[in-house]
Design a protein around this ligand. Sequence first.
Ligand code: ADP
Ligand code: MG
Ligand code: ZN
Length: 609
Amino acid sequence: MEAAPVCNETISPEEFPKPEQAHRRSKASSGKKDAEADIELLCKAVPQIGKVFRVIDKIGEGTFSSVYLGEAQMLDGTRQKFALKHLIPTSHPTRIAAELQCLTVAGGRDNVIGVTYCFRKEDHVVIVMPYLEHRAIVDIIGSLSFEEVRLYIYNLLKALRHVHQFGIIHRDIKPNNFLYNRKTNEYALVDFGLAQGTADTQIDLLKVCRSTLRGGGSPATPAPTQRTKPAPTGGARSAEPSHRTKQSSTTIPAPNPPNPHPTASTSAPLPSPVAPSSSSSTICRKAVPKRRNVTAGSTSRSKHSKELSGLRKLQRPVFGERNMNSCAQAPSAAKASSARTEFVKVAKAEDPANRRCVAGRGTAPLRSQGANHKPPRAVPPSATCSCFQTDRVCNICLSRKQQIAPRAGTPGFRAPEVLTKCPNQGTAIDMWSAGVILLSLLSGRYPFFKASDDLIALSQIMTIRGSRETIQAAKTFGKSIVCSRELPRQDLRVLCETLRGRRPSPDDDHDVTPLNPAHGKTKTLGETPSHCPAGQDDRSDCKPSSKHPDTGDTQAVSMETEDERGWDRVPDEAYELLDRLLDLNPATRITAADALKHPLFRGLMQQRV
Ligand code: ADP
Ligand code: MG
Ligand code: ZN
């Protein structure tokens, strides 16, 4: 291939050291050895990568991609770092092309990562992006100042406003996908692997995915070609999409600067196999739930992430699944645990939320175990079965087909309309996820919600936002929820300050109940929030903790230090914005454009951050 311009410079493949040189040195840990082996496989699978880049390390691994750090020597003699995202070979071409198109059309501005190149050899695709050095939020959350949090959210909202302007719903907004370099104050929204389009999306290839989702059929069954995770690079695959053409190494230079008005010609970053067709659409649709399953189990995604989670064991979610069954946990989690939640049919198909919703018709009522494709008005719930608005599900309802609605994303960040499988979902789902991030940052707890089951996730939301309010909001988008007990809405400032250890918890004097021998003891819950989050043991005294930058040791943070970071004077505006982001009703939830105008960001609007 020929070198393509990178930031107005040209890289010359001949000048680059061989990739093997980069990882020849012996490394002690098996993780490093694995990374080296993966790098070797990557360079074998896509030899051009090794000619252009010195592949330094593996920096991320998910079920759908592995990300490497590569360095290229530019013509002017400087060296530049790049992130090389190697997509799993079984990813559907349309899905890959859609991800690339999001990057080429919307990337490179407003805190959205750009794309520099794309390499393809046969079924291996490597997306080359500018590299942004960053640390995982879990490692820095305990040491962030309020001002840093304010800027982080401001910059996230800027990225969201930008992608939403293009009709892109990101669908996987979480700190792992919003990179933050604390030293340089740089931010980057990454990972459009789950993105979908709004009704008027400017991303042509997202229209393909969108129309497919609308087209019916159960998204619950992944395509066989996507069921088995292949070796990270070049390994044997269990199946291969038959429509792929074998082709020699191909490079696709990305437009730079990005084109804000995408046309058909920019819509096909990959060669011929990605042309929208009915067959590719079908697989594209099926790709979604597979991704969902994987992100739900993100803690066990890879060796890499396992190592990281091991290091982070002292940081626990405010809600965990364990506590949902133990009644011995954090802010009213016990209430949620004993509160059974179910969806039941509603008679009305009205959807006031559809102003912002994208995914076509189908406001059919839902129940978690199965749902009905028939318009609810046509079949009154009481006429079809006897379980309407009861806390059980009858056999008739159990035998119904699954409700079709996108559910991709990470459970703890899923909006109520996603959890209740509302088929009409819009950009508001990203705003909810941004709200969960803000809640995490203000409370100093990451992750805040952790659940692998949608109903548990919903009950966790109800614990914070109130069960009556959640039920009320769900009605507006055509869902009915039955909750066996009432959970009061929490005051967000009280909640966050309690979790930060800034307010005494009324539970402090209560009995201490063993929760899990492995994790010491946690306090029994009272009626008001306890500051001791799920699974948090006594060692950290339930105060925010931070990691020593070098040793990784967790240290309790003193109130004085907290005060210096501005946590003693968090303005009401922060909680007001949080309340608007965590609006249970997607139709009234604040948009990114409006959130940027929020008084919390006074003084930042003119600033090009
Ligand atoms: P996946 O689809 O597997 O989640 P992502 O695009 O989210 O892939 O990338 C996985 C991880 O790789 C990110 O969480 C981040 O840590 C790292 N990463 C991705 N892109 C970049 C980049 N441009 N610069 C630095 N690191 C990146
Ligand atoms: Mg990701
Ligand atoms: Zn029934």
